[in-house]
Design a protein around this ligand. Structure first.
Ligand code: HEM
Length: 396
């Protein structure tokens, strides 16, 4: 069979601006299409993406495990490994991140959101989307791990710098420089923090990781690498999910009205925002065994880009996928990936986004966003700048 090919340029600013027309163009060509610009396979169909990420026959491995591409991880952690190593490095943490385990954070999350929104309650008309609102996930993941408040700004910057500049070997010189600096700073800092934890043994996640024993035991380097992963994965993606949910609701005022009038719809609105406008555009895998995907012959060594954001609008799975509809029949989507590497932090991220939306809609059901800037990340998409205007207040 001939190789289906379309050289969509994902590095063009228009892609970050609005990726969905490009996903439709690719879909016209096929669900699995070679891309000469990326030098890899682009997968946009839901079923095809699902089969790669669930990986039942072990045909694919994580590109995040390549130490040259993700050099800020100075030792393995769960996102880069597969099979028994993955079970060891994830298994030990999994019980701490279940829905029931993170539920105990809800009151703390609500207190933080109320604190962030306090100036608006006091009468201020607008606030900064990034500095005043989406800092929530940094605060929570930092408190969980047990890093002091004085370093929260640094953590936020490191997470943002890593996640936003990362593109698995496609970075330009400027991005590489930012990544190198963040890698050095975050590792130097966490080395100190791990030493302090070994001396003082505060009751938090870092100490828990250091204390793991038997088959769960992690080396000091693995604990540090896992902490880098949690800090990097725990802020930027969630901040962008919160912002993207606000955008989705503002662009669909009828849906926003429904949700604002009945806050029990917030969890459904969070899921629909993740499907319709989730931040993660694609997940990278490397093929290790000859594989046929939708009739295409994929060879060992080739990179497969699982375009989860495109799969989440596959018309074979969702009726009118371009419609944002909070009352859609619930169906699993790929915004958190799927299968063995399904986002460990998904229950926490869902809880944070839910509480943030509840509190904001209660205060400002007709908020307005302005000066949004999506930056240039072609991997994790969401605003990097923006202002929220409170507008008409609830009950006003
Ligand atoms: C809404 C916000 C978030 C989104 C959209 C998101 C998305 C994802 C996705 C798509 C993956 C799969 C990666 C792959 O298959 O290669 C993933 C993995 C992961 N995420 Fe998240 N994430 C979010 C929030 C968080 C939070 C808050 C944490 C932790 C505090 C977290 C920790 C992780 C970890 C540890 C993994 C690796 C799991 C593994 O490889 O087994 N994420 N995330």
């Amino acid at each position: 069979v001939d190789r289906r090919q379309l050289d969509t340029n994902f590095f063009d600013p228009s892609y970050v601006e609005d990726p969905f027309p490009l996903y439709d163009e690719i879909r016209q060509v096929g669900n699995v299409v070679w891309n000469g610009v990326l030098g890899g396979w682009v997968v946009v169909g839901y079923e095809e993406c699902l089969s790669v990420v669930t990986n039942p026959s072990g045909h694919f491995v994580q590109l995040s495990g390549d130490p040259e591409l993700t050099f800020w991880f100075e030792a393995p952690n769960m996102i880069g490994v597969d099979g028994p190593e993955h079970r060891r490095l994830r298994g030990a943490l999994a019980p701490l991140f279940t829905r029931s385990a993170v539920a105990k954070w809800e009151s703390r999350i609500r207190a933080v959101v109320r604190q962030l929104l306090a100036p608006m309650v006091a009468g201020s008309d607008s606030f900064d989307l990034i500095a005043d609102f989406t800092t929530l996930p940094t605060l929570i993941v930092s408190e969980m791990l047990g890093v002091p408040e004085a370093r929260y700004d640094d953590f936020q910057r490191w997470s943002h710098d890593i996640v936003t500049n990362l593109s698995f070997g496609h970075e330009d010189a400027e991005s590489l420089e930012i990544l190198r600096r963040a890698a050095i700073e975050i590792n130097a800092y966490l080395k100190e923090e791990i030493d302090r934890h070994r001396r003082e043994r505060p009751d938090d996640l870092l100490t828990t990781m250091l204390d793991m024993e038997g088959t769960d035991a992690m080396s000091l380097e693995e604990v540090r690498s896992t902490a880098v992963l949690l800090l990097a994965a725990g802020y930027d993606t969630t901040a962008k999910t919160m912002s993207n949910a606000l955008i989705a609701l503002e662009r669909n005022p009828d849906q926003r009205r429904l949700v604002a009038q009945d806050l029990s719809l917030v969890p459904a609105a969070v899921e629909e925002s993740l499907r319709w406008f989730g931040p993660v555009q694609w997940l990278p895998r490397r093929t290790i065994v000859d594989t046929v995907l939708d009739g295409m012959e994929v060879s060992p060594g080739e990179t497969v880009y699982v375009f989860s954001a495109a799969a989440n609008r596959d018309p074979r799975r969702w009726d009118h996928p371009e419609r944002f509809d909070v009352r859609r029949e619930p169906k699993s989507h790929l915004a958190f990936g799927y299968g063995p590497h399904l986002c460990l932090g998904a229950p926490l991220a869902r809880l944070e986004t839910k509480v943030a939306l509840e509190e904001l809609l209660r205060l400002a059901p007709e908020y307005r966003l302005r000066d949004l800037d999506f930056g240039r990340s072609m991997f994790i998409r969401g605003p990097e700048r923006g202002i929220v205007e409170v507008g008409v207040r609830a009950g006003a």
